[in-house]
Design a protein around this ligand. Structure first.
Ligand SMILES: [Zn+2]
Length: 210
């Protein structure tokens, strides 16, 4: 019962009490490289929630090596930029985008975050609205730490942000990006603007998102 109470409180806070921005629902999801279908790229590593864990997918150009360095990285859907910052460490330059969409099964409005890691450059700012297929950055190697590739994640849990170790490894919290995109290629357009929660990431010292 106590769990249920906190869940209801959390839902209340993010829907009523929390900060929001208003934006139209996404009209569909595309792949983040080789618009719109990933042409010219391949998934070098998939998502895996069991050891060895990989919370997302690694996308590489078919040319191999660093032939894809500097290639366009595209937002997979319309959304708002929640985080765009060089966090250095193993991540480097990283962008998080929040999308609102109507779930084709339940008909309800849902939210999902997409994350783009190891970028060479970032072309968007916190709070900016972006359109499906818009160039948000370029493919990088995190200053030569890896052969150039895109690390791409999708999260159902809006609290995850840059603190993914604090979120349990379940499919309620994490989406398999390719599966999710394939199941949501085209969605019914809805021109009304909907409230989208912001300020959901657990704050920490030096946090730079919205
Ligand atoms: Zn990766």
């Amino acid at each position: 019962m106590r769990c249920l109470f906190y869940l209801m409180l959390w839902i209340f806070l993010i829907n009523v009490g929390g900060a929001t921005v208003r934006m139209p629902l996404a009209d569909g999801f595309d792949f983040p490289v080789g618009a719109p279908d990933g042409k010219g790229y391949y998934k070098a590593r998939g998502m895996r929630l069991r050891s060895p864990i990989h919370f997302g997918e690694d996308w590489n150009g078919v040319g191999g090596g660093d032939s894809d360095l500097g290639d366009a990285i595209l937002t997979c859907a319309d959304g708002v930029v929640m985080f765009a910052y060089d966090v250095r460490g193993g991540w480097g330059r990283c962008v998080l985008i929040r999308h609102a969409y109507r779930d084709p099964k339940s008909g309800k409005v849902k939210f999902i975050d997409s994350q783009y890691g190891h970028l060479r450059s970032i072309l968007v700012k916190n709070g900016e609205f972006v359109k499906r297929g818009q160039k948000i950055g370029t493919m990088g190697s995190n200053r030569g730490m890896y052969p150039a590739h895109l690390h791409f994640e999708m999260r159902h849990n809006l609290k995850t942000g840059m603190q993914r170790e604090s979120v349990s490894r379940t499919l309620q919290n994490w989406a398999d990006p390719t599966q999710f995109i394939r199941a949501h290629r085209r969605l019914k357009k809805d021109w009304r603007k909907h409230p989208v929660p912001t300020g959901t990431y657990a704050p920490y010292k030096g946090f730079k998102g919205i």
